[in-house]
Design a protein. Structure first.
Length: 142
């Protein structure tokens, strides 16, 4: 699957653990950063989502580590919608070196929360596409 959106991040010294590689928790922070950048590139800013009375919620995340990152290493973090089922949207985030070597893979499930009722919307992908200024960024093959 092609990642329609990628952001490059450089690993910082304070993010590494005692073994000298990127701490496992930092991968989730990088993934969160890339998810928000992805949404904003589609025109789904926090203000747009908030004015619609909605907000994305992370429901599940699975990480597969494939190669270590060390201080100063750069990583491209992709983000793509890989599917949707009812109230759930599946995301795939591939981490790769600038040369294309796989570093990690994160698969997540998100929902879109109605901020008034505090319940998940029944078709979050349709709502995201409706609100997006660039719905093409969200993909069409789901």
């Amino acid at each position: 699957m092609q990642q329609p959106f990628t952001v490059r991040i450089q690993a910082r010294g304070y993010e590494v653990d005692r073994q000298g590689h990127l701490n496992q928790a930092v991968y989730t922070q990088y993934a969160e950063h890339a998810r928000w950048e992805f949404l904003q590139a589609a025109g789904l800013t926090p203000d747009v989502l908030g004015e619609a009375g909605t907000g994305p919620v992370l429901l599940k995340t699975t990480i597969r580590f494939q190669r270590e990152l060390r201080t100063g290493d750069e990583v491209d973090v992709g983000c793509a919608i890989s599917g949707s089922r009812g109230k759930l949207v599946e995301l795939l985030q591939q981490f790769q070196t600038p040369g294309g070597i796989p570093v990690a893979r994160i698969e997540s499930v998100i929902g879109l929360l109605d901020l008034t009722t505090r319940r998940l919307l029944p078709d979050p992908l349709a709502t995201l596409r409706e609100l997006a200024k660039r719905p093409d960024m969200l993909g069409t093959d789901t």
